[in-house]
Design a binder for this molecule. Structure first.
Ligand SMILES: C[S@@+](CC[C@H](N)C(=O)[O-])C[C@H]1O[C@@H](n2cnc3c(N)ncnc32)[C@H](O)[C@@H]1O
Ligand code: SF4
Ligand code: SF4
Length: 331
């Protein structure tokens, strides 16, 4: 198969800005409900439904309590109106569900692209056929990330129930071939590990390295959800408890919050939260149907959450209390 030059991530400057600085310094920019700032990034949840049952995910395990649904037209229209009104660096279709399950996802991406912002999508890749891939290429999508867990078919299947490792590799290869000489989108593959060996990891990198621009390898966080909150069978619970026991050791550790000071995340029903990882409305600060994104980003309610984070009082907010970076022990 032909190999093409690696593309650069068009979002890299935005990510660099969002990941830099300190919580205290970032908090100082906000003025207790009177600032006039814009988010650098907006994350959109087209749906919190999914065809997979990944065992670390509040969607896949039904640990999520909020109502499930698809983003309706009036919420999409309100988002587009806001993106036309304000210059936002980037929009990502990501969060707690599979965006490609939304029946209008291609049309919505196209509309968002036309506002002039960068657009990224995260996907489990299961629904992408040639027609959809060609459409994504035609509308000049800027970036796509295909999600794995594990490092081979066995370890992938352990975590991603309903997934098909071999088919996903084929889909990514097809995407890469169809993109050919086209400049964009940047194609990223991500996986997270539980206790895979170095050999498994190296072999995964060689499986995917020549069909994408970048391979991102992180750690699967399994202990942020209690098995008690999952609405799954006893057999599935047993499997997750076993996996949790094998999880690499981790340490609570926060360098900088890259969400609350720089971003907004929009749920399928228009509710806006300060953190992409907020799967159950722990940090809601408004709804896109009631206020515009600038008002919501600068509102007093948002600053109260930011103040808590800037003071390091993570335990006061449900999703922040389990927010940490995973530090693997050397094996
Ligand atoms: C929740 S998914 C939603 C989008 C899409 N359904 C997918 O699977 O890519 C977004 C990304 O977050 C990652 N993710 C979410 N929670 C995680 C966790 N606890 N551990 C590791 N990765 C996680 C997933 O691997 C995936 O790449
Ligand atoms: S595919 Fe994505 S949204 Fe669906 S269960 Fe897995 S991680 Fe969650
Ligand atoms: S959970 Fe809280 S501390 Fe962690 S990234 Fe989100 S807002 Fe920041």
């Amino acid at each position: 198969m032909e190999e093409y030059l690696k593309r650069d991530n068009p979002f890299s400057q935005i990510y660099k800005n969002v990941n830099n600085g300190s919580n205290q310094k970032k908090y100082e920019q906000f003025k207790r409900g009177k600032s006039n700032l814009l988010p650098s990034l907006i994350d959109i949840e087209l749906t919190n439904l999914c065809n997979y049952k990944c065992c670390f995910c509040p969607t896949g395990t039904n640990a999520m309590q909020r109502i499930k649904g698809m983003m309706p037209d009036n919420v999409v229209d309100a988002i587009i109106e806001n993106l036309n009104r304000y210059k936002i660096g980037g929009v990502r279709f990501i969060r707690w569900g599979e965006p490609t399950m939304h029946p209008k996802y291609l049309e919505i991406i196209e509309r968002v692209k036309k506002t002039g912002t960068l657009v990224h999508i995260n996907t489990n890749g299961s629904r992408l056929d040639d027609k959809q891939i060609k459409k994504l290429l035609d509308i000049n999508l800027d970036s796509i990330k295909f999600s794995f867990q594990g490092a081979d078919e066995g370890t992938y299947n352990e975590i991603r129930e309903n997934g098909d490792y071999v088919q996903l590799l084929k889909t990514i290869r097809r995407f890469y071939e169809l993109r050919a000489e086209k400049k964009l989108p940047f194609i990223q593959v991500s996986t997270t590990l539980t206790n895979e060996t170095k050999d498994q990891i190296e072999s995964f990198k060689s499986d995917v390295g020549n069909i994408c621009d970048y391979v991102n390898i992180g750690y699967t966080v399994l202990n942020h959800l209690s098995v008690g909150q999952m609405n799954i069978s006893n057999g599935q619970k047993k499997k997750i408890i076993e996996l949790q026991k094998r999880e690499v050791k981790q340490r609570k550790y926060m360098k900088v919050c890259n969400e609350a000071f720089d971003k907004l995340s929009i749920n399928w029903n228009g509710d806006i939260t300060l953190c992409c990882s907020d799967y159950d409305n722990f940090m809601i600060v408004g709804n896109i149907l009631d206020n515009d994104i600038k008002q919501i980003f600068n509102c007093r309610a948002a600053d109260i959450y930011r103040e808590i984070i800037a003071n390091g009082e993570y335990g006061k907010i449900k999703c922040c209390s389990t927010c940490y970076e995973v530090i693997p022990l050397d094996k």
